[in-house]
Design a protein around this ligand. Structure first.
Ligand code: IFM
Length: 390
């Protein structure tokens, strides 16, 4: 089983210049600064992975470093990632490469971004170029959390581009699913035996009261079901599209899991309102911690395919709470495996305390601090963790 950790480029590399940078400069998000300086110090991150007994590492390539202008690729930067992958392989760590993790090149963003008609082809071209350089990487994630990206950027509007339009959000989701399909085909053509999928952010939606079932079902359908179903069936269902055929394929189901929402009916909000009773386990951002949800989602969304837990983590200042969090979630993985689910890996979010978008550096998801100091015992190869998954 793959056991390891996950990160993303903008959150750890430092010195990135993309659409989120513009958002920061507008004062809409805290400045990322040099983050964990991983662009310079990636190889040190490998030492940390070895320290925790990890055999896998999920990280993302920063599209804006690679396609610096439309159709113009910076191969030097691509080769920087190439050297990193070589070092991972040498260390016996399986690289899991993400092509898109929220951030976009400024030229793409300023010309319409994910609303551009040709966004899927543009992304496919980028995936094609990159995958030619990584023929030995067997695990690929095309896009991270398309549902969250569309929701925050085009419904809530607190992420770039700051739109508040459901119809635009649906167009963005549709384009991202098409883009996944393009990238899937490109990677499969260039890399023999590659396994390619999306990292889906899935949540448990628990209704509060009888009427709460309506908004909970709506959320379940739009947020969880539509993206996963489109990926596995190759058809995008309404309201995103009218069963539009795409060639998408998911060789595994990637699940990012953090929390559940308890949803109550509201006459004013079609998607209901969230309620959280006193006394439930929460992380430092106030999100409910609900380990059983991981089991529920693996069972509900596996579509008879291998499942990879592409992210699962807790923001906390208390490292022993983090250890308890991982243990409780791995118990649920074990439970699902015991019932025949093919869970092939578990990646903790995150290796390092890093830049948590609007929350900046206040949320501490890391096993290590930004300066790469250990916070205490944590070893995925310990009997203690192995027992939970074997
Ligand atoms: O930090 C994020 C990550 O970028 C995507 N998944 C959720 C994490 C925690 O919020």
């Amino acid at each position: 089983m793959l056991l390891g950790a996950a990160t993303s480029a903008h959150q750890i590399e430092g010195d990135t210049y993309n659409d989120w940078t513009l958002w920061e400069r507008k004062g809409k998000a805290p400045p990322v600064g040099e983050a964990c300086n991983s662009w310079e110090r990636m190889e040190e991150d490998i030492r940390l992975l070895l320290k925790i007994g990890a055999n896998a590492y999920r990280f993302s390539l920063e599209w804006s470093r690679i396609e610096v202008e439309e159709g113009l690729f910076n191969i030097r930067n691509l080769l920087r990632y190439r050297r990193f992958v070589d070092a991972l392989l040498e260390a016996g760590i399986t690289p899991i490469l993400t092509l898109h993790h929220f951030t976009n090149p400024v030229w793409f963003y300023e010309s319409g971004g994910w609303l551009r008609r040709d966004a899927p082809e543009i992304f496919g071209r980028y995936a094609d170029l990159v995958s030619r350089y990584f023929g030995d990487v067997k695990l690929w994630i095309t896009i991270n959390e398309p549902n969250v990206y569309a929701y925050r950027g085009y419904v809530v509007g607190d992420w770039p581009p700051g739109e508040r339009s459901l119809s635009k959000a649906l167009r963005v989701i549709r384009n991202m699913l098409r883009a996944h399909s393009e990238a899937y085909a490109a990677v499969k053509a260039n890399v023999r035996r590659a396994s390619v999928g999306i990292a889906h952010h899935l949540r448990v939606f628990t209704p509060v009261g009888l009427l709460g079932r309506i908004p909970a079902l709506l959320r379940e359908y739009l947020f969880n079901f539509v993206p996963v179903f489109s990926e596995v069936s190759g058809e995008i269902p309404p309201p995103v599209a009218l069963m539009e055929r795409i060639n998408a394929g998911g060789d595994f189901i990637g699940i990012n899991y953090y929390t559940r929402d308890r949803v109550r009916f509201s006459l004013l909000q079609p998607f209901g309102v969230e309620v959280l009773p006193e006394g439930v386990w929460r992380n430092s951002l106030g999100w409910e911690v609900y380990p059983e949800g991981l089991y529920v989602l693996i069972k509900r969304y596996n579509f008879k395919r291998p499942v990879l837990i592409t992210e699962n983590g807790i923001a906390t200042e208390d490292h022993s709470e983090r250890v308890r969090f991982v243990r409780e979630h791995l118990k649920q993985v074990k439970r699902a495996k015991g019932e025949g689910m093919d869970v092939v890996g578990y990646l903790y979010w995150s290796l390092l305390d890093n830049y948590e978008w609007l929350e900046g550096y206040s949320a501490k998801f890391g096993i290590f601090t930004r300066d790469r100091r250990s916070k205490g015992d944590f070893n995925l190869s310990d009997q203690y963790f192995r027992d939970s998954v074997s």
